[in-house]
Design a binder for this molecule. Structure first.
Ligand code: SF4
Length: 212
């Protein structure tokens, strides 16, 4: 039997990333006895199951209100905080729009993008590849966090006080530049060190000017 992996998440809302009991019941009842379900560190469940049944199972999961994503070398769905300050103050709407542009893009090494609705940063945005922190009405963007290994390090501030209308294009461009320039299996932290934050800044700014 050929087994293959994909990711499942309920998405996020005020309260966080919350599965409904019936969604977990559906998941457990349709994947088959040989399937394995793994809890990842990035708020997705990984399901490894018989490859030929995957399309029908994914369809049922979508009908149960779950999101289905690819596993492996892609940018993951947005890893958010719990929006405890409420949808408006913590920026639920912009986080949802950000999720739409960041998830499921093929990249040289799996890419994790974090979002926090305030400077308390309970979703740990500074140990993500790209971290976005809402600071009242503007956003700070951090890059190159490395949570793994004995040389783990925090992300560094890349852009400060970014207005809402610029946030999505900048993060979109950061991912595109990584797609174009990252080497195969090069983690984002290593890539940022190699290319340098200053050069990345130049590339992002020049592309924004070109787009205006
Ligand atoms: S980051 Fe801020 S808004 Fe989000 S859950 Fe934590 S404390 Fe609340």
């Amino acid at each position: 039997m050929v087994m293959k992996k994909f990711a499942v998440t309920p998405g996020f809302k005020v309260g966080g990333t919350l599965f409904k009991p019936q969604q977990l019941a559906v998941l457990g009842s349709i994947v088959g006895p040989d399937a394995e379900i793994e809890m990842t560190t990035f708020k997705q469940l990984y399901v490894a199951m018989e490859e030929e049944r995957i399309p029908e199972v994914q369809e049922q999961l979508r009908q149960a209100g779950l999101e289905v994503h690819p596993a492996g070398f892609v940018s993951k769905s947005l890893i958010t905080c719990n929006f405890c300050r409420g949808a408006e103050d913590a920026g639920l709407d912009i986080a949802q729009r950000l999720d739409e542009i960041v998830a499921d893009r093929e990249v040289p090494s799996p890419l994790k993008i974090g979002y926090a609705g305030c400077a308390l940063g309970t979703s740990e945005p500074l140990i993500k590849d790209i971290g976005v922190v809402k600071m009242r009405d503007v956003f700070d963007i951090y890059i190159g966090g490395e949570p793994k290994g004995i040389k783990a390090s925090l992300a560094q501030l890349f852009m400060k006080d970014v207005p809402e209308e610029k946030l999505l294009p900048i993060v979109d461009r950061l991912i595109s530049i990584y797609q174009e320039n990252g080497k195969k299996k090069e983690t984002y932290a290593r890539y940022v060190k190699r290319i340098t934050p200053e050069k990345l800044h130049e590339l992002v700014i020049s592309s924004s000017i070109a787009a205006e």
